[in-house]
Design a protein. Structure first.
Ligand code: FAD
Length: 411
């Protein structure tokens, strides 16, 4: 497909935020060109989805194609610390909404979304990376590098969904360090023949390995399971071996998963990612909006990344449509403040996970089911539901509850 040289909207990146935004804008009559640096399928991490992202997929008319992929259904999450465990079932969440979602190998998931966009008639140019953008009064000129050389695309608006590429923040010096301390992850897809004896695959597991390190276990419908350790970068420095030797050694030290994966094969050499928490002062500017990971990515513990990518794309798409119709849009209030509201709820839960506050709540021997349902809604991604006291007064209620449980010996 040749690249359109003049469009209403240029979308950078064909990850979930790019595909969802492109689809909604295309359905509303805008001409859209997506440019994607990589050839698909490509690997990206972020395999555990949250129910809230289903609403964005549905509006983007991308839900049916995901259903057809036969991905592992996800009905909840289990948290484990020593011999204590806490199950959250989305069916028991407080907020009305989706009660399930999926666990997905992202190469397949993202390819399904992008291919469906192409079937709708959206032009996606793969192996086409943005190298320069010049903003003018009512349009921008973006230079992209393709296999055939450089090309220019004129657009009225740009949606930057470039994920870890962070095209516009990097190009225009908008990057800011996030407030969270740096973390590192070591992870792999692993064969999982013993799964049936130990784990219902329709939920992910997050295991507290030591006070600052936790492990994700995300089973896929193809029989493999994604396993990753996340912790302070120093924690991993104690190992000088190859990534595979490191990961095998770490798995062997964690009783919850040691037996399950002792003889398992690694599907590929384990990968390392670190220092992913980053933000920008503003998520919008004249002629552009940032979506997904380009806005702010916190931490993988509560699987918020794809859901925030999906919700930001959905919201941004509508605001771009209105802007290009000539309507006045208050980007600060309608986009930035709205996104920050959800991000800040997740930030409280991430902070309270790492400082141990949430452990007091999750692993209490006497949980109150109504409160658990309210926290479950946050873990389902319904972080904008102000009827939920654990959303509206997130920090006060989480910290207050943990203090109460500690004071009454219920921790
Ligand atoms: P991406 O999925 O990153 O897509 C961006 C696309 O833009 C890419 O395809 C890229 O090739 C393209 N691109 C980049 N630069 C350019 C350029 N110059 N020109 C053109 N195209 C470009 N999230 C979850 O929801 N669940 C999880 O379980 C989870 N686990 C995680 C574990 C770890 C260790 C980390 C670090 C993150 C995790 N995340 C998770 C977060 C998740 O990876 C991201 O939030 C999610 O992928 C964001 O989607 P996106 O569409 O914004 O960007």
């Amino acid at each position: 497909m040749s690249i359109l040289n003049e469009v209403d909207v240029l979308v950078i990146g064909a990850g979930p935020s790019g595909s969802i935004a492109a689809s909604i804008m295309h359905q509303n009559g805008l001409s859209v060109q997506v440019v994607e640096k990589m050839k698909f399928p490509r690997f990206v991490i972020g395999e555990s989805l949250l129910p809230r992202c289903m609403e964005a997929l549905e509006e983007a008319k991308l839900l049916d194609v995901v259903k057809q992929q036969g991905f592992q259904q996800k009905d909840g999450a289990r948290f484990v610390k020593g011999d204590r465990k806490c199950d959250f079932n989305f069916s028991q969440q407080f907020t009305p909404g989706w009660k399930w979602t999926w666990q997905v190998p992202r190469a397949d998931f993202d390819t399904a979304l992008a291919s469906e966009c192409e079937k709708m008639g959206i032009n996606i140019a793969y192996e086409t990376g943005v190298t320069d953008i010049k903003f003018h009064n009512d349009h921008s000129i973006t230079t992209v590098e393709t296999k055939e050389g450089f090309k220019e695309i004129k657009a009225k608006f740009i949606v930057d969904g470039s994920g870890y590429g962070r095209v516009i923040p990097r190009m225009f010096g908008l990057e800011r360090a996030a407030k969270l301390p740096p973390k590192k992850a070591l992870f792999c897809h692993i064969t999982d023949p013993k799964r049936a004896q130990v784990h219902e695959p329709n939920r992910i597991i997050a295991i507290v390995h030591n006070p600052s390190t936790w492990i994700w276990v995300i089973p896929f419908s193809n029989g493999n399971t994604s396993v990753g350790f996340v912790g302070d970068p120093d924690f991993f420095d104690q190992f000088e071996d190859t990534p595979e030797e490191q990961l095998r050694a770490l798995i062997a030290t964690e009783p919850t998963i040691a037996d399950r994966f002792v003889d398992a094969d690694f599907v590929w050499e384990p990968r390392v990612l670190q220092s992913w928490s980053v933000t920008t002062d503003s998520f919008y500017g004249d002629g552009y909006v940032l979506t997904g990971n380009v806005t702010e990515f916190l931490d993988p513990i509560f699987s918020s990344g794809v859901t925030l990518a999906a919700v930001s794309a959905q919201l941004a798409a509508h605001l771009v449509i209105r802007t290009l119709k000539g309507e006045k849009v208050d980007w600060q209030k309608e986009y930035m403040d709205k996104m920050m509201q959800g991000i800040d709820v997740f930030r409280t839960y991430v902070d309270c996970w790492y400082d141990g506050t949430l452990h007091e709540i999750f692993f209490t021997p006497n949980p109150r089911e109504d409160i658990k349902g309210q926290i479950c809604s946050v873990l389902a991604g319904y972080v904008w539901d102000e009827d939920n006291p654990f959303v509206k007064n997130h920090e006060k209620n989480v910290k207050g509850l943990a203090k109460y449980l500690a004071a009454t010996g219920n921790n």
